[in-house]
Design a protein around this ligand. Sequence first.
Ligand SMILES: Nc1ncnc2c1ncn2[C@@H]1O[C@H](COP(=O)(O)OP(=O)(O)O)[C@@H](O)[C@H]1O
Ligand SMILES: [Mg+2]
Length: 389
Amino acid sequence: MRVLLVTGKGGVGKTTVSAATAVVAADRGYRTLVMSTDPAHSLGDAFQLDFGDHPTAINDRLSAQQINSQQRIEESWGEVRDALTEFFDWSGLKGIEAEELTVFPGMDEIFSLATVRDHVRSGEYDLIVVDCAPTAETLRLLSLPEVLSWYMEKMFPIGRTVAKVVRPMISKVTSMPMADDKVFEAVARFYDRLDGIRDILADPEITSARLVMNPEKMVIAEARRTYTYLGLFGYMVDSAVVNRVLPDTVTDSYFARWREIQKTHLAAVEEAFADVEIQHLRLFDEEMVGIDRLRQVGEELFGDRDPTDRLAEGNPFRVEEAGEEVVIVMAVPLAERGDVDVMRHGTELIVTVGPYRRSIILPDSLGRRHVRRAQLVEGELRITFGLDA
Ligand SMILES: Nc1ncnc2c1ncn2[C@@H]1O[C@H](COP(=O)(O)OP(=O)(O)O)[C@@H](O)[C@H]1O
Ligand SMILES: [Mg+2]
């Protein structure tokens, strides 16, 4: 079972690469689902077909799905919202509109991820290709499972075992309408929706992220940053796909200068993404839509390579033991020393890289230890814990 997250800046070719990858994987025998979490769904445009919110078969082994996150929100969050609205009405907190109860940042995106998780668990597919929203949203989306568990634990102390103890106490001291369990059950069900998402996406054996870019200065700069932040959140990047490379057959003098510019940028990509596979895709002489052209794109992209393979090895998050010291190792490729900050806050470790922050709840065994040092070594952040400072 493999999940491929295809991401990159808007317009670089994410949908084309996702669709092409799915077509060749299906051709080669894998039961494949390609799904889009980008609200600007264009999978349908790529295949020149109509897809809905549920998997639609394209051929024997290939299906496509464009997730309607609004609908998912209604299904899962709606019941929590209704219960909370009732609670706020009862408590006299008037004027809180139901729409305002979207308490979590990026609530909608979490449901796309829950759908990926459900498909993985169903065992119906060998490969799921996710055509992600443009970079910033994707990063937000990928940090969500963790952020949400954090919120849930702080706001609703309902860790399944705790709920049994706390709930009767609350209903005893108040006469809240939720005494009938509604809110708790709704929240618990909502919480269940999140369960296991991160385990799938942060497991490099299952999930790989593929970064699509064009040989252009700003696009590469953004891809580099994405590479860093994906590492921070524990997602394994296994390939950099450079799309729209001018082929050698273009000899027109008009493009001579562009060829030179691209050459410099390709060299920059080689350097920045040295640890992962680099795949090139030429600029085609027409729009590559429809299954036959997508197949051609996929064949050129992969050749004899298996699109489901892990194209680079590594583990962006691991814990190592060295004598009495324990080291948390996090991949933060291309990060500079000044971008990185590590803070210990009780049982939490807060790692900030540029504008992104990851909060890691330390296991009990580390909770009692002190952070001795944090070092940036060859693209990895090594945080060493000792028994005393
Ligand atoms: N290598 C390529 N050669 C020619 N056209 C391309 C190539 N890659 C993408 N396109 C076209 O560029 C447009 C944008 O690509 P798309 O895959 O939708 O980008 P994204 O999903 O990143 O926004 C589409 O019309 C697509 O057919
Ligand atoms: Mg797209």
